[in-house]
Design a protein around this ligand. Structure first.
Ligand SMILES: [Zn+2]
Length: 92
């Protein structure tokens, strides 16, 4: 399979070279999300990590980011609102 149809932007595009995570979500991203959309997500993720002071090694922080990926890349949602003027806390 040389290209995928990206679920987020609808473009026919090459997939990522490898899954970004070693789990089901990583495989789904590989099959359904193009490199451009993934790069946009990574920028958004950096904002989230900075805003919430997340440690990506922390399982709870990873859960939060996975949920955001579901929402932003697969759900077409806007994702967590980021008020960059203050530091946020994760809503549960
Ligand atoms: Zn895309």
């Amino acid at each position: 399979m040389d290209t995928i149809r990206c679920r987020r932007c609808g473009q026919q595009a090459p997939p990522l070279p490898r899954p970004p995570f070693r789990n089901d979500l990583g495989e789904r991203i590989l099959r359904e999300i193009c490199g451009t959309c993934w790069a946009q997500w990574l920028q958004h993720q950096t904002l989230l990590i900075n805003h919430y002071g997340l440690d990506p090694r922390d399982p709870q922080a990873r859960e939060f980011l996975y949920r955001q990926i579901e929402e932003v890349l697969f759900g077409g949602g806007p994702g967590e609102e980021i008020d960059t003027s203050r530091r946020g806390t994760i809503r549960h």
